[in-house]
Design a binder for this molecule. Sequence first.
Ligand code: PEP
Ligand code: MN
Length: 339
Amino acid sequence: MIIIMNKACSDEQIAAVEGKVKAAGMQLNISRGIERTVLGLIGDELVVDKELIEILPGVEKVIRVMKPYKIVSRESQSENSIIDIKGIKLGGNQIQVIGGPCSVETPAQMDAAAQGVVAAGCKMLRGGAFKPRTSPYSFQGLGVEGLELMREAADKHGLPMVTELMDVRQLDYFLQYGVDVIQIGTRNMQNFDLLKEVGRLKVPVILKRGMSATIKEWLMSAEYIAAGGNHNIIFCERGVRSFETAYRNMLDVTAIPVLKRETHLPVIVDPSHAGGKAWMVPALTRAAVAAGADGLLIEMHPSPCDAWCDADQALNPQELKTLVNDVGAIAKVLGRELG
Ligand code: PEP
Ligand code: MN
């Protein structure tokens, strides 16, 4: 952290800043120039509240040198983290596709979905048992029964299951049914108490980007999970709110290389909730892979027009298979491979 004092600052004001900084356990290097006095902090600057220094008399400006996120930062680990989900590796050279319906509906639907996921060459099954719906009158998910149905279908077809956790009160059920990857949805990206709870586990977490979250806020949310001890975090870009109405959300492709530079953790993309229409999903998927995504989260329903939720953005099993083939071809050009 660098503290720039204003031109007219007094020695007493510099001493007051020094006292505050030393009380926080840091050392100070004072550099007196002709125009300005600059104070350089030595130590862990994250323990010092920037605003508490900025309000001190005589201080003009405070500049942080370190990133506010530590564990998730690439500065803390230069090589990519590879997350192991029941032997399936995410974050390495392989690109993983997670497929499945928006919500868990019936045993037959989940069985057909899991079958379609395997036939398409995907390695993990998604599906929501607890659904965050805009309207309280829309289908809210089957709840615990949905976890049970999904576990059955996933086990029958040898797939790990990925499902969204909305509330800490659901956590015991998630552990009971051995949820393999916990999804934290867009609406909960900054639910810090929920993040702290999943931070205490070892279960991999997909952290979706908040619909208007900056990349820095998103990284800080991941830091909450990591700070608790759970470093198995997967970022998922799912589009951000924009002025455009032609699609559901604007897929922020630029976020992929930015995140890959800022963090060692894997980055996946959900093209379904970005576009919001099935016909947009292939183009967005191809762009995501080309931009360096480590995986994809794609909605697929055995019969999209009968889906209880997000029907218009679901691919059918054949469309998913065709798309996964494309992913494999693009991966190959990039020296990567399909998981
Ligand atoms: C979902 O994946 O089912 C979902 C609700 O996504 P998001 O949180 O990105 O809206
Ligand atoms: Mn959905």
